[in-house]
Write a protein that binds this ligand. Structure first.
Ligand code: AMP
Length: 601
């Protein structure tokens, strides 16, 4: 392995790298730096996020930049604002000992005049998003006539995001005699055609094999039924008390829905997607970077450029439509030499999508059972014990209270005391997961379940039961009821459970994650059936076996919103609920001493 000095970098750069704690070059740096220093030939690099690619293209350019000239000598294009800011920040750090050097990031959603003012001062390297770069070129504020290097970072993402026209426009105003460096994690046809049209006989380098997943990432999958997808996500979070993860969803709506549910259920989570304003996105990303959030629910696009190096997990709440996106997602963990886990939550039907991904990443997914309540309790209990071991004791303050405490605890031995203190926190958690069902959806497990005539499991904790004021006399049958529910468009593929049609009213079960939405949407749509105005209300679950006394449904209905979210849906309170909202401003409350130490190390 070479050192940075051996790669040909000068002392000012080496000093900055030492400040940053970079000891040795990464594989892509080892390959790209000498190549760009020694040759003007274009470069095509296969590199994932997290491989150190930013330094791989920035350092050799910085080494050759003319700080005596105020001309823009390098333009770096990146798909998102966040990534552009991150690259510019890295370059500023790498150049901290270089006098007369300036770098600027230009991106949309931010005041253009301020960016123009910066450019006017003379900036040797500009990092920009394609849209804003073109805008500044059109306004004649960004002049690329003297550019010696053009970097296309995450080229596949830029093309995925529809920036082909913008790339063409930027490429058209740069001089012919320049070196183009193209970095991409995947090389679909569109990227190859950019390389073909705009690069001249490029040298190819790669860190690891083409399109291969980052080396330190383990890939796992969990098989669940659609209605248990969310419950599985919660269990994954619960069994990993120190989880720090991005949960990827496919659409903005799904992202917001999952984040809302997690927040309601007491998790320390938030959403990141394109429907949020820039200020909201900045705030969420800030909180996540600071580790004030443990779970970031995000779309692929919004999460790009979020430079977080120590994610413990990446969770695919749903697999991406394009398999290449999986590489980008999983590449967010296992960075900078750390280990990471990429999880896919899939239904039996979606299992087939894993094969092509395995071929792409060159690794196998491990089938993993969804954690049981017992495993979760075990891990949470150990976390509590760690916290007890790590707690700071305020000897001075506690001293005065100790005599009366000892007096009260007299007669209890060590074992008894430990059990009692632990139970104080643990009982709520234990109760929450007592009798928690098995969520794994596999053939043999399904055989164990008691199913109704429609093949759906009965007494399912993940379903809510609804009363509807129409029945057989209104010519309602199960098919018509399913049609009526689907017509309301509560959510795509919402799981419908048991249906019971009686003479003048009926019952149906739906995924309980949509309880509030179901009530609200039926009300809002002013639904009519066969000339009758339809009324839907939540009812208590029917207990299996035996009739219940009470109202016409043998159960109790409640339409007050306060009752709808049953307390059992929420994370248990007590010290285990480290996700608790009231603590969300307190970083150390979520990441106990042990984690902080790990982060620093
Ligand atoms: P990148 O792939 O450029 O996004 O880099 C991923 C992470 O690795 C960033 O946090 C970098 O600061 C870090 N990094 C890059 N190169 C090195 C290196 N040679 N030594 C240590 N950390 C590095």
């Amino acid at each position: 392995m070479s050192t940075f000095t051996e790669l040909g970098l000068n002392n000012n750069i080496i000093k900055a790298l030492t400040d940053l704690g970079y000891e040795n070059p990464t594989e892509i740096q080892e390959k790209a730096i000498p190549q760009v220093l020694a040759s003007k030939v274009d470069l095509k690099a296969f590199a994932q996020t997290g491989t150190g690619k930013t330094a791989a293209f920035s350092l050799p350019i910085l080494e050759q930049i003319d700080t005596k000239s105020n001309d823009t000598q390098a333009i770096i294009l990146s798909p998102t604002r966040e990534l552009a800011i991150q690259i510019a920040k890295n370059i500023a750090e790498f150049s901290s000992h270089m006098d007369g050097f300036r770098v600027a990031a230009v991106y949309g959603g931010s005041n253009i005049d301020e960016q123009i003012r910066k450019l006017k001062k003379g900036v040797q390297i500009v990092v920009g998003t394609p849209g804003r770069t073109v805008d500044l070129i059109k306004r004649k504020q960004l002049k690329l006539a003297n550019v010696k290097w053009l970097v296309l970072d995450e080229a596949d993402e830029m093309l995925n995001m529809g920036f082909k026209d913008e790339l063409d426009k930027v490429l058209a105003v740069t001089p012919k005699e320049k070196q183009t460096l193209l970095f991409s994690a995947t090389f679909p046809r569109e990227v190859e055609s950019i390389a073909k049209n705009y690069m001249h006989k490029p040298v190819e380098i790669s860190a690891g094999q083409k399109n291969r997943g980052a080396d330190k990432v383990t890939h796992q999958y969990y098989v669940v039924s659609e209605r248990n997808r969310y419950a599985a996500l919660k269990r994954i979070a619960d069994v990993n008390p120190d989880i720090y993860s991005i949960v990827f969803c496919r659409t903005r709506r799904e992202t917001q829905e999952i984040a809302d549910k997690l927040i309601k259920d007491g998790y320390n989570a938030d959403a990141l997607h394109g429907d949020l304003s820039q200020a909201q996105r900045d705030s969420v990303m800030g909180k996540f970077r600071q580790k004030n959030l443990q779970l970031l629910i995000a779309t692929d696009v919004a999460a790009r450029g979020l430079d977080v190096t120590d994610l413990t997990h990446v969770i695919n709440h749903k697999l991406p439509d394009q398999i290449e996106s999986y590489t980008h997602r999983s590449g967010r963990t296992g960075r900078a030499g750390k280990e990471g886990i990429s999880i896919a939550i899939v239904t039996q039907r979606e299992k087939g999508k894993l094969r092509p991904i395995e071929r792409l990443i060159g690794k196998k997914f491990m089938s993993t059972p969804i954690p049981t309540g017992k495993e979760i309790c075990h891990n949470q209990l150990l976390k509590l014990i760690d916290k007890v071991k790590d707690i700071n004791i305020n000897e001075t303050e506690i001293k005065d209270f100790l005599p009366s405490i000892y007096e009260k605890l007299e007669g209890l031995d060590r074992e008894e005391l430990i059990k009692r203190f632990v139970s104080l926190e643990f009982n709520t958690f234990l109760t929450y997961y007592q009798n928690a069902p098995d969520l794994n959806d596999s053939e043999h497990m399904q055989g164990d379940r008691r199913s109704d005539s429609r093949g759906r499991s009965r007494n399912d904790e993940n379903m809510s039961r609804f009363f509807i004021n129409i029945g057989r006399k209104d010519k309602l049958n199960p098919a018509k009821l399913i049609g009526l529910i689907n017509d309301q468009k509560i959510s795509n593929n919402i799981e419908i459970g048991q249906i019971e049609i009686l003479d003048t009213f009926s019952f149906f079960e739906l995924d309980k994650n949509y309880t509030d939405e179901t009530i609200a949407i039926f009300k809002q749509n002013d639904v009519e059936f066969d000339g009758r105005s339809v009324n839907v209300e939540i009812t208590e679950k029917k207990r299996s076996g035996g009739r219940r006394s009470g109202g016409r449904d043998g159960g109790r209905r409640s339409s007050g919103s306060g009752d709808r979210k049953r307390s059992s849906d929420r994370k248990p309170s007590g010290d285990f609920s480290r996700f608790g909202r009231k603590r969300s401003d307190n970083k150390s409350a979520f990441f106990g001493k042990k984690t902080s130490k790990r982060r620093k190390g």
